[in-house]
Design a protein around this ligand. Sequence first.
Ligand code: SF4
Length: 712
Amino acid sequence: MPRDTRSTTDRIASIKNAKVIKSFCYTCPWTCPIDVFVRDGKIVYHKGNDAAPNNIGTRCAKGMASAWVTRDPDRLRNPLLRTNPKGEPGEFKRISWDEAFDFIAEKLNTIRDKWGPEAVVYLTHHDPNGIFMVQLISQLYGTPNVSIGHGSACEGDRRSACVTTFGHIFPMHDFANAKYALLWGMNVLGANQALFESRGLLEAKKNGCKLVVVDPSFTETAQKADEWIPIKPGTDAAMALAMSHVIVDERLYDAPFVNEFCEGFDGFRNHLRERGYTPEWAAPICGVDAQTIRRLAREFATTKPAISAIFKGSGYYTNGAAAGRACYLLDAITGQVDGPGNLHLQEFAPIGMPAKIPDEVIAKPNKPPLAHAMGYKMTAPTSYPVLPEIPNARLPDAVLNDNPYPVRGLFVHAANPVMSDPNRERMQAMFAGLDLAVAVEIYMSETALECDLVLPNTSFFEQAEIRQGLWLGAEAILGQPVVPPVGEAKPMYDIVKGIADRMGWGEYFDFEHWEDWAENRIENLPIGLGELKRSGIWAGDVHYNKLSKGLATKSGKVEIYSHAYADAGHCPYPEWQERSVIPDDDYPLQLTHSKLSMHCNIVTQNNPMLMEICGENWVEINRLDATRYGVSDGQMVILESPKDKIEIRAKIVEGLTPGAVSVRHGHGFGHWAMGSIAKGKGAHSNNLMDSHTNPFTGTSSYNECKLRIRPA
Ligand code: SF4
């Protein structure tokens, strides 16, 4: 029998009698390219795109279950206008899209006349086609306040460390080529980091890479590690600085590299010595003995290639920005940055703006962005603010106290700050204080319930999108609509078009089909739209060791000495500072968090398949603490902070630093919003904590919270 030489995709298409449409999964921000098999207007199968280096044919469980979103009866279907006063749980009536666009345009004009364009903010945690809103609300309306990367509610401290040290906002991790991987609070395998990174880490391990995980929790990644270092929460900076001390003191650093490519190595050596950041100093702070710190430092410096990597875990404290820099300086002084097996400063695909707006029409903002005006911006005249995005947790200051200037209008798109940001009550008060609050969402979220207007958004299966892929090389990925929208849901490009028409800017968004704006976005790519539709991706080559071309830092080098910090009057080197909230006799436990691999954002908690696998979250507690506080495994417990309390199931574990508890987050949504499957499942920790933010980056410090625990 002749061998079937067709691709897997073609064979499945033939078996399913289906058409294949290339797209990408946007259940989480890692955007894995996918093949979607469609028959009679319905998705009959979907799989990873075999040609995509991001995921090479694979997906995670969330991606596999994602088509549910196209048939979920709980989806928003029509525009809804609030009928009762703000501050009360929202009641809504159905309106037409024309009425919705008229309402928004009138409010935008009123706010601009009274408060100025900067009084309107666009906020998205997960930005499907957010670029259209950026063009409308920033380039035309004139606000500098668009936040499309959700950094301050996520890994903003890491981004800040990357920008100030490497002049790059989001380096990837080339784990596949590493021989030594030192991960700080980074649960690549449990939290579903980019799939090529997870796969690369496992392959590297098979090839002899030593994996060391520094984390208070024995996470999924720690369970695969050669060595787990159960550090005290919020003390990563101390241990990383002590490791640098050893490497510098024992001359294990890469002298040619630091001389040629780094700024400020000699000053850093003096800083470490003057501050006395030795392993003996760090040991009682971080709970890791001095011999272990010294041994790990030697191993790290003498095994090449090695990578010291962070994501969110080191950054959920008010000392998280310094921790990020301290962990990254290990990569710098050992001469590894951007080499195979280290942080990878990937290039970006030349994706253009969808609408062509003439330069003379583009508005010049009158006020600085909130992120700068709030005081976090380092004053250096550089292109790299320490905080690239609006600090969400401080947005209520602008709405409720006009600090640093008034904000009265807010578009919230694919974001749920009432649940996702610390201090829910203050977020709710903020929404009550707005003249215009618009939610663009696929479900009636807790945040949508606080808004004036709720607009039904299409899911990624129902809309087109072109964006950067997250991979080691430049990459453009294409999402295509594969099924019709649910109800009257619209993609962001049609919503922006409708508002722009009412505001007198319709000519810039005069697209008949999505292909019209797509052509604008890819005009500088070496691939046409037809070919991109057939392949789903365009990927450039991977280039290593690019530092000689210069970095986007003030010095053009890897900044061990940070000009951004120095120019703002701060120490240019990472310093050890204790976190803000320390447990005491009344509240003896430290809150920490880790993710659930089955859940992400607001799109998985109403998915029956994912909820069957993981239907509620829990708090992990060390057996010693469980015994001390009378907690049994599986029991419902009350977790109480000075601010609020929640009821959640307890899980007793051996692998957690005593004195800490770890809330697996990603649940507790839908308690009072719609979502028949999500409703009442699990607990959410955001109202336990106050609005602590990192003083340099504005990133929410989710772990700055002390607790006590008791059986419910
Ligand atoms: S990691 Fe999973 S949820 Fe995220 S984009 Fe890929 S398949 Fe989708």
